[in-house]
Design a protein around this ligand. Sequence first.
Ligand SMILES: [Zn+2]
Length: 123
Amino acid sequence: MKEADVSEFRTLLIAKREEIAGHSPRREELWIVQSNEQIETVQLAGQREFAARTLERETKNLTQIDAALKRIDHGEFGICLDCEEAIAPKRLAALPWAGFCLHCQELHDARRAADSVEAQLAA
Ligand SMILES: [Zn+2]
């Protein structure tokens, strides 16, 4: 990958990182708020759940972005972590933090899906 392209991705990743970090729900918002009003409690519970889900998703996203920035520093950006082939430019344009090529990502997803089915069966 060309140096200019890599620095473009770095800018993109840092911008995305700031965007997520800037509006992530704060952990304090997840604290349980006691309320005498039943309806209010339900609404708060819904908001908390939404905030918790958002936080979980964004934390995961930030981890992926940080890992991608680290790969840029190490000159490994755009290389699949599994098969070490170049990740398709189209895929990187859509998911700049992608660590795997489409093929390996599909294998991972399939394995994870199988794991979760097994976990459900075992439960
Ligand atoms: Zn791969």
